[in-house]
Design a protein around this ligand. Sequence first.
Ligand code: ADP
Length: 301
Amino acid sequence: MNLQISGLSKTYPNGVKALDNVSLTIEPGMFGLLGPNGAGKSTLMRTIATLQEPDQGTVQLGDVNVLEQKDQVRQMLGYLPQEFGVYPRTSASAMLSHLAMLKGVVSRTQRKELVGAMLQRVNLYEHRFKHLSGFSGGMKQRFGIAQALLCHPGLLIVDEPTAGLDPNERNRFYNLLADVGENTVVILSTHIVQDVKELCSRFAILSNGRVVFSGGPAEATAELEGRIWERSVSKAELPDFQSRYQVLSTKLVANKPLIHVLNDEDPGEGFVSVRPELEDVYFSMTQGQAIHAETETTAAL
Ligand code: ADP
């Protein structure tokens, strides 16, 4: 079952064009949707999740017309939104049981089994009677995935799930997502390149509401082969380099900026050629919109 997005456009009443003729074909497995803040990722996710209407375009999930057959989609959908609200004074177990009931699991015994198994799966079983308000960021996200996975969705949408998680929590979350069945279409929307690197064999980059790339990591980096140059500069020199070169990223290593520039020829000046990374692709394609300092990579000191 594929998800086929064709010619999707959306302009908000304030004139912001959040989606500009977006077309994508997404097969089962993990698909990354990468883009800086404001690129239109959430708008696209909410549209696919039947929570808002586009101005134009179609979305087809297998033989279901997503924009018209909303009830069918909702039965097949697991969704972890960016802002995931929970009733804070409810326990994980009670909340999941309630959600399972809303999804149509009416038998108490079945619900208990389902909820128990799901909490085991996301490693929250021992915290099942704890109030959700006492959960850490990582625990909340794992709970979010548990509710999204209830009733085996054919389409799972997770919107910026690792923002704000520490590296340990992020890893646990990766492991959990990597375990979701191969037959499910999983869309992982994120502005964190590492998320896509770890999990996705196919991905798209969205910038200013447009798809600027869609494919696999090898295709993405091939085009930059031989064109990425690295060197360390002093903080005082940085503005000069930025004015003379297309600087894609700046990482502080041992308190000194390590820069990557995109240049067709060897710039000399002590630059060394490096193999293009996904970050280079991402920054080269979203430069108009990317917030530079946001290289979420923790530089090795
Ligand atoms: P992302 O998820 O990639 O950060 P969004 O889809 O949230 O992007 O936003 C895309 C653009 O649309 C941004 O410029 C944002 O400010 C704007 N936007 C999002 N939601 C609304 C809304 N309800 N009304 C007006 N503008 C919006």
